[in-house]
Design a protein around this ligand. Structure first.
Ligand SMILES: [Zn+2]
Length: 321
């Protein structure tokens, strides 16, 4: 009797789908903010399937493709269990069936949470964060599940703790929803246990950094006009401190006075002036129209100004005299 050939493809497809989910989680936590989402990108899964169906006759290919895709869909649409770094022993073998009713019934997929890089309050720096934390109890992270009222299918909401490797302070807990879009499965941050800590370029003056950080938090939370207001507050409070003027002088006048303090070799033609930055932000505030592009431009202009100021500083007797 010849040996029975078992096609390894279904297992490979499931494994690649699981990797795609872990990659999407990493992208989501590192780069998105509250209510931001990412699609689960199946590019590697789809290219494996396209490669595999080439072995079949033309008339069989479509059917095989659907067959292969069903393995990926089962992982995406089924329940997931998230495994964190502090789990001492995984009691459920990876990709093995759980529950009652035979090996393929009620199958749940175990996904190892990735290590991510996040800004931490401990050192105004980006640090690796581990999933879970030392004191965590329980084997796998908890979740709630329910049926999506519009799209159908199971929605899961996970609570996912991440702890800074450097300071090991109390972890930030993310609430992440898995949802089914029209074409893709998506992951979305639907909440977090504390406001994000914003990395602040070291050149920005410490006295006003809090306004810059408030601006970024507002912007990431979708409140661009508030973000623009905080950016202008940052600029205005900085020039007031430098000029030591706290009266009713308008910001436009202060910005022009400030420009006179820059050293002669300051590359003013290459750097947007503080007066222009102040004016562009004011236009948005007066019209109550805030564009994301303006926020990004002004933020970039501010950072550039201070980067150059580090190289061409104001003379000693002008600053905070
Ligand atoms: Zn830390």
């Amino acid at each position: 009797m010849g040996s029975i050939y078992i096609d390894p493809t279904p297992g490979q497809i499931e494994k690649l789908t699981t990797t795609a989910i872990a990659d999407a989680l990493k992208n989501l936590i590192e780069n998105k903010h509250v209510f931001g989402s990412v699609n689960i990108d199946l590019i590697k899964v789809n290219s494996l399937i396209s490669e595999k169906v080439k072995q079949y006759d033309k008339q069989e290919r479509e059917e095989q493709k659907e067959q292969f895709e069903s393995h990926s869909k089962r992982v995406l649409s089924g329940e997931w269990l998230l495994q964190h770094d502090f789990l001492e022993e995984l009691t459920i073998p990876h990709e093995k069936a759980l529950g009652r009713g035979g090996p393929f019934a009620f199958k749940k997929t175990v996904i190892q949470l990735p290590t991510v890089k996040l800004s931490c309050k401990c050192d105004n720096a980006i640090w690796p964060h581990n999933s879970g934390y030392k004191a965590i109890k329980g084997e796998l992270l908890h979740y709630t599940k329910f049926t999506d009222l519009k799209q159908g299918g199971v929605v899961q909401i996970f609570s996912v703790p991440y702890q800074c490797q450097s300071c090991k302070r109390h972890p930030v807990i993310f609430f992440i929803r898995k949802e089914k879009g029209k074409e893709h499965y998506r992951l979305r941050i639907v909440g977090r246990s504390e406001f994000e800590s914003v990395y602040c370029p070291k050149q920005l003056p410490q006295e006003e950094q809090k306004f810059y950080q408030e601006a970024i938090v507002a912007f990431h939370g979708g409140k661009t006009l508030a973000g623009i207001f905080f950016l202008r507050t940052f600029v205005e409070q900085y020039i007031r401190r430098i000029l030591n003027k706290y009266g009713r002088e308008p910001g436009e006048v202060l910005a022009k006075d400030y420009a006179k303090l820059l050293p002669d070799d300051f590359p003013s033609t290459r750097v947007t002036s503080i007066a222009t930055i102040y004016e562009e932000l004011s236009v948005c505030i007066h019209s109550a129209k805030a564009k994301d592009e303006q926020f990004e431009k002004s933020r970039n202009d501010i950072e550039t100004h201070f980067k150059y100021l580090d190289l061409f500083p104001l003379s000693e007797n002008t600053a905070t005299s």
